[in-house]
Design a protein around this ligand. Structure first.
Ligand SMILES: O=C(O)C1=C[C@@H](OP(=O)(O)O)[C@@H](O)[C@H](O)C1
Ligand SMILES: C=C(OP(=O)(O)O)C(=O)O
Length: 411
């Protein structure tokens, strides 16, 4: 499918798309207690998470996810679409339950690394047929302490936290660096809110299962990073936008920090009454390190394409192993819309200015497609393979059009 976008003026009011990370965590929580999600997102990543928990005995009845008396490896094969969060939660959780299953995935997920969790669990009584997908996992973690390097993905650590709670308790020691720490904090916070005991100090996480884990019924909080692409469209086309359904930003650096980052880039950008309000301002470049929330690199790069001074984004090394090599695909997309960008010694440096009409073919990376879609609202553009936004936000093109963007979808 191709999205053809004409010069537009974007503004008004839109509800934030549900948070992909929070929704996946809530779905995995159904292994511990009943979960009823009132606005279940219909993205591909959410379908992966539901497949993951149903493979472990969870039953889906309407909007309810009902845990089995005790999770077990019900299926002997599971194939995920594209969600690395789901995959990297699933592996330690299955290893905590114990059993045997073959795990596979579609490309590009099939090529994304799982080495660190395979190495960490291979010393703990779990055997793997390979260090990459497809892999047969068999066995059960025979220890209450797991050590894992934090340099590849925080998703393993989050999955180990769930697994330890399911086992009744344990300890995770992360060999520094502790990358993407905001997502570990998100996992700890969610499970503590439901009665779990998760103590995250430095590079050590101590976990205890709560006596009674509290069931969940409600909506998924809004996703700041996914919402940022609507904000960018409005900012660069001179509109004013209110994005509703966003919880109060946490006090640590994470996806929600995009509100402050855009403010530091000269945008009128405020959170108030569960809404993020943005309006155009005198744009300026910034220097920011995204290692704790790497998905923001795409959003910051998109806005930086409109900024005539230098923006430096540090902590980007791990962008190479996202849905695409985002160091390369960010640079290509910035250039496609008239900016200048390059990668040097661990940093992406961007000097933007007047955005021009651009064309990209989405490299199976939903955030790159949304970046291009947002930039194209300034002076037009085309996004091929535009359906790749369905990984996290199937509403993206419809929402953008509802805000005034001239979007036509072909094919
Ligand atoms: O735990 C999560 O929900 C996520 C963790 C991050 O991955 P890494 O921990 O691999 O950086 C992030 O890129 C991903 O979109 C969501
Ligand atoms: C990297 C991402 O997701 P995942 O790692 O879950 O595939 C993302 O949403 O940008």
């Amino acid at each position: 499918m191709r999205a053809i976008i004409k010069r537009s003026k974007v503004g008004g009011k839109v509800r934030a798309p549900p948070s992909k990370s929070q929704a996946i965590r809530l779905i995995f929580y159904s292994l511990l207690s009943k979960v009823e999600i009132e606005d279940m997102p219909d993205s591909e990543d959410i379908k992966d998470a539901i497949d993951a928990v149903t493979a472990l005995g969870v039953k889906m009845e309407g909007r309810e996810l009902i845990p089995p008396p005790s999770p077990y490896v019900k299926e002997n094969y599971v194939k995920f679409r594209g969600s690395a969060t789901t995959l990297r939660f699933f592996i330690p959780i299955v290893a905590s339950i114990g059993g045997e299953i073959v795990i596979d995935a579609d490309y590009p997920l099939r090529d994304r690394p799982i080495r660190r969790i395979v190495e960490a669990l291979s010393t703990k009584g779990v055997s793997f047929s390979s260090h990459s997908l497809p892999v047969k996992l068999s066995g059960k973690i025979k220890d209450d302490i797991v050590e894992i390097p934090g340099d590849e993905s925080s998703q393993y650590v989050s999955g180990l936290i769930y697994g330890m709670i399911m086992k009744g308790g344990g300890k995770i020691i992360i060999k520094p660096p502790v990358s993407s720490s905001s997502y570990i904090k998100m996992t700890a916070s969610l499970l503590k809110n439901f009665g779990g005991k998760v103590d995250f100090q430095g590079n050590v996480i101590s976990v205890e299962r709560g006596k009674d884990m509290i069931p969940f019924k409600g909506k998924v909080p809004g996703d700041y990073a996914l919402s940022s692409f609507y904000a960018i469209s409005s900012i660069i086309t001179g509109g004013r936008l209110k994005i509703t359904g966003l919880d109060v930003p946490e006090d640590y650096f994470g996806d929600h920090s995009i509100v402050e980052i855009f403010r530091n880039m000269g945008v009128t950008s405020q959170w108030e009454d569960n809404s993020w309000n943005v309006e155009q301002g005198e744009l300026r470049g910034i220097k920011v390190n995204v290692d704790d929330a790497p998905d923001l690199a795409v959003s910051i790069s998109a806005l930086a394409t409109a900024v005539p001074s230098l923006t430096i984004i540090e902590g980007v090394e791990r962008l190479k192993i996202k849905e695409s090599d985002r160091i390369s695909t960010i640079i290509t997309t910035v250039k496609a819309f008239g900016g200048d960008a390059h990668y040097d010694k661990g940093k992406i440096e961007i000097v933007g200015g007047k955005i021009k009409e651009g064309f990209i073919s989405c490299p199976s990376d939903h955030r790159i497609a949304m970046m291009a879609g947002a930039l194209a609202t300034y002076d037009g553009g085309v996004v091929d393979n535009a359906c790749c936004v369905n990984k996290s936000n199937p509403r993206f093109w419809k929402d953008l059009a509802s805000l005034g963007a001239k979007v036509s979808l072909v094919g």
